[in-house]
Write a protein that binds this ligand. Structure first.
Ligand code: ADP
Ligand code: MG
Length: 361
């Protein structure tokens, strides 16, 4: 179980020098808009794999006019303390993120860190998850998969790169040997992505059906992949021949008509209607329920206790959503980082929360 004990920023986003320690359970960061609350969550989310909650370019993380950033933090993993250092490094005009664990750069240390830390993230724009584009919902699901599978982003990126390469071959030259190989590989990776997404949804639906029996939730939620192509189990050969038959079409439109990059993830309420039909507050409940289900999945199936990063969670919380949030807080032995503009937004959290006024630090 990982707990962040302290963090220090040097030339990170709007912070030249910022240092604070954290509580093991509930940390509430409050302060005016623009004071840096989301930046702090982002800094925390950069510990271990990935590009953080904003999926930002490394370059944008560096404080304007500075050359690089540095995040130093102390983290407790299974009762042992580790000093982690994250910093930007420029090589051949490109910035990359470097992580040191107890001053060690080895792959083993990084793997250990990646396996020990996982985040559950709520960003304010997730309130509109069911109104957003399919790609936003796909990314939402992909992030959940990534939180327990370190190699998942690599798989997605490789798949996307192959799609671009295929279109380039179709439009620029017609090297059919090369094209055949790429299409085969696209189908292999595409099927892998379809399967992993379906797997994750099965786990989540199972957890969600258990949650339904909880009296706090007024409705049932079932997540489903919506995909015009992948409607039943499709094998590699069938996938490949469909893709080959689409060459003329894809050359003309400059894309790839079928595949997991075209899927949507929909949420069916009470086995009846789409979550977009619910009120805004109810949609927020559904998102929180899915995150709660994911937390159950991580703890029960993966033995990972995630760290919660909930940005602007204090705003627009009705009584039911407060109950759901309290339920999450009371149910799990995990560390929370919650933000809001006003301290009073969190008065309903009666447990010993630690408050941080970001303007005053
Ligand atoms: N690379 C950067 N250098 C300097 N300032 C930055 C950088 N990136 C973002 N900021 C500034 O950080 C400020 C705080 O952002 P944010 O964390 O989103 O605030 P909050 O979440 O508290 O409303 C913004 O005013 C933004 O302009
Ligand atoms: Mg913010």
């Amino acid at each position: 179980m990982a707990k962040i004990k302290s963090i220090e920023f040097k030339n990170f986003r709007n912070f030249e020098n910022f240092k604070t320690s954290f509580d093991n359970k509930i940390n509430i960061l409050f302060g005016d808009n623009g004071c840096g609350k989301t930046n702090i969550l982002e800094g925390i989310s950069l510990i271990a794999k990935g590009r953080g909650i904003r999926n930002s370019n490394i370059h944008n993380l560096i404080k304007k006019k500075a050359d690089n950033f540095r995040i130093i933090n102390n983290i407790e993993i299974h009762k042992n303390n580790y000093d982690i250092e994250i910093f930007s490094e420029k090589s051949s005009d490109k910035f990359k993120k470097v992580i040191k664990v107890n001053n060690d750069l080895s792959k083993e240390s990084l793997d250990f860190l990646n396996q020990s830390i996982s985040y559950l993230i709520f960003m304010p724009e997730m309130e509109r998850l069911f109104q957003a584009s399919p790609s936003y919902r796909r990314n939402f699901l992909d992030r959940l998969i990534f939180s327990s599978r370190n190699d998942y982003n690599r798989l997605i990126n490789k798949y996307k790169k192959l799609l671009l390469e295929r279109v380039k071959i179709l439009q620029v030259n017609s090297d059919y040997d090369w094209l055949n190989n790429i299409e085969k590989e696209i189908c292999t990776l595409g099927l892998e992505i379809y399967n992993l997404r379906n797997h994750q949804l099965n786990f989540l639906n199972n957890e969600l059906s258990i949650l339904k029996n909880d009296h706090k939730f007024q409705f049932s939620v079932k997540l489903k992949i919506k995909d015009d192509f992948f409607i039943k189990d499709i094998d590699h050969q069938e996938y490949l021949s469909t893709l080959q038959n689409l060459r003329t079409h894809d050359r003309h439109y400059g894309g790839t008509k079928i595949g997991p990059h075209r899927s949507d993830v929909i949420s069916i309420i009470n086995d009846d209607f789409d979550a977009s039909m619910l009120s805004t507050g109810q949609q927020k409940t559904v998102v929180l329920m899915v995150l709660l289900a994911q937390c159950n999945f991580l703890i029960n199936n993966k033995k990972i206790n995630p760290i919660f990063l909930f940005d602007e969670i204090g705003s627009h919380l009705d009584d039911i959503n407060r109950q759901v949030l309290l339920d999450i807080i009371n149910r799990f032995e995990v560390q929370f980082f919650l933000t809001g503009t006003d301290k009073n937004l969190f008065s309903f959290i009666s447990t010993n929360a630690q408050f941080y006024n970001i303007t005053n630090i």
